[in-house]
Design a protein around this ligand. Sequence first.
Ligand code: AP5
Ligand code: MG
Ligand code: ZN
Length: 213
Amino acid sequence: MNIMLFGAPGAGKGTQAKYIIDQYGIPQISTGDMLRAAISEGTTMGMEAKGFMDDGKLVPDSTIIGIIKDRLSQEDCKDGFILDGFPRTLAQAEALEELLKDLNMSLDKVISLNVPDELIVDRITGRRVCPACGASFHVEFNPSKVAGKCDYCGGDLVTRKDDTKETVENRLVSYHEQTAPLFHFYKDKGVMAEIDGTKDINVIKEEIFSILG
Ligand code: AP5
Ligand code: MG
Ligand code: ZN
């Protein structure tokens, strides 16, 4: 099953991806997590991406498309994958079409998590993430069982550098200008399922499972 999670920063893509991994055993492909890993490893690509991410701007398409080409070609994507945070521009969506065609694959479902901007800032500023496995928690809305520790791997939780009020405002601008228009691209393809992303995390999880079957 080849799935894409679509939505604004803080819409809940990473949170729901973890549940889908557990239920369906397919890997999450989060370009944001991959870029953060490259930054912490100090690679050239990571260093180039860092400035864009810290400013809440999109990393150039050529970098992102290169990362995705390598990742989707790997063996563990043969039985399905969850795209999280990719594509984010029309050029990325078109590159994905080409790549999937070359790999003899297609997208089965795009799940759009719809959350209004006014709820996003509180979600982002209260988020705590696990750098080891990419899990997301929230100090108020989804606390980890042990404060400061990841439920999945026990790693130490941190606040992402771009999770400030100022940066999230830039991220929302990038989202509305460059990414939101892709909604129609996928709706026109007939693969779009919309979910009210303001509901309880577990309610959304069950709705996604019933869409995916
Ligand atoms: P990325 O890491 O993808 O960040 P993002 O898209 O801004 O999305 P987030 O990870 O912030 O949100 P999410 O939807 O995963 O929410 P989460 O589940 O954590 O990208 C970071 C940067 O990398 C970009 O700004 C860009 O620079 C670069 N980049 C990445 N991909 C790129 C690409 N393809 N092209 C170009 N540049 C790229 O949830 C958020 C919080 O809300 C959590 O605290 C969670 O606990 C809480 N929450 C979740 N669901 C609910 C709920 N239903 N109710 C209440 N709280 C909830
Ligand atoms: Mg995320
Ligand atoms: Zn973890």
